[in-house]
Write a protein that binds this ligand. Structure first.
Ligand code: IPE
Ligand code: IPE
Ligand code: MG
Length: 239
């Protein structure tokens, strides 16, 4: 979890070791085309699949995407149901294509409110893809940064309050063993974090783009990585 460790990896290859993405702008993409919001989410899922492959090809070790927040339950029932149906479809497809894709899948977030079927698909994807070590995608579902920190504190208390430092506390997060993101990308034009990875992005480089997520293609990702390569990460130190 140490930022310094990530920094060293980034410096040796020039590439971020871990990219996190707030997949935003699906609804506006659909609206612009006179389509229902769910059509935007479907196009967004395609974008995710394409970029996961692109990251794998580039040698990015971790891609973490924000797919459904703890706040997204506020949306109309129809939209939430549509997103859940797309998730099921994606996970079934991932199970089918697993041997070809060779990407490890992890789901981060509280799955308890999801249907038993969706929970089972999540577990199956995680278990069956655990053998792949080259590239990993982490899908944040029913995920909230504050919720994660509160749960971490509860897990620590349930463990009997052992001696704590930043690294150990980070270990109580959903993906406690995953190194922190080096680059956080938010497409869709908003300049906010919306409760994503609050603990882990302490020293991430931020990249905002006006391009809506379904239009965020390989060239856009390359642009974000190129911008990252020109950043100087100091972690509070001098040059
Ligand atoms: C992000 O796209 C996907 C989810 C939050 C599930 P939005 O649905 O937020 O798209 P906009 O921001 O309304 O365009
Ligand atoms: C963040 O996008 C959540 C996901 C992309 C899953 P939102 O669209 O929910 O964020 P706000 O409401 O614009 O902050
Ligand atoms: Mg949005």
């Amino acid at each position: 979890m140490s930022a310094a460790r990530n920094g060293l990896a980034g410096e040796s290859t020039g590439l971020p070791r871990h990219i996190a993405v707030i997949m935003d702008g699906n609804g506006r993409w659909a609206k612009k085309r006179g389509l229902p919001r769910t059509a935007g989410h479907s196009a967004g899922a395609d974008s995710f699949r394409r970029l996961a492959r692109h990251c794998q090809k580039l040698g990015i070790e971790y891609l973490t995407v924000y797919a459904f927040s703890t706040e997204n339950w506020k949306r109309p029932r129809e939209e939430v149901d549509g997103i859940m149906a797309l998730l099921e479809k994606y996970l079934r497809q991932a199970l089918r294509d697993m041997e070809k894709e060779k990407i490890r899948i992890r789901i981060l977030g509280d799955l308890a409110p999801f249907t038993p079927e969706l929970q089972k698909l999540c577990r199956e994807c995680m278990e069956r893809s655990a053998v792949y070590t080259g590239a990993q995608v982490n899908i944040c579902l029913n995920y909230g940064g504050r919720d994660e920190i509160v749960r971490a504190a509860k897990k620590w208390a349930a463990d009997g309050c052992p001696a704590l430092d930043e690294e150990r506390f980070g270990g109580y997060m959903w993906g406690g063993d995953i190194p922190d993101p080096d680059l956080l990308i938010r497409p869709g034009g908003e300049m906010r974090i919306s409760n994503f990875l609050l603990w882990q992005i302490a020293y991430a480089e931020l990249y905002f783009s006006d391009v809506l997520w379904p239009d965020f293609d390989e060239a856009e990702l390359d642009r974000a990585i190129e911008a990252f390569r020109h950043r100087q990460r100091r972690y509070g130190d001098v040059e």
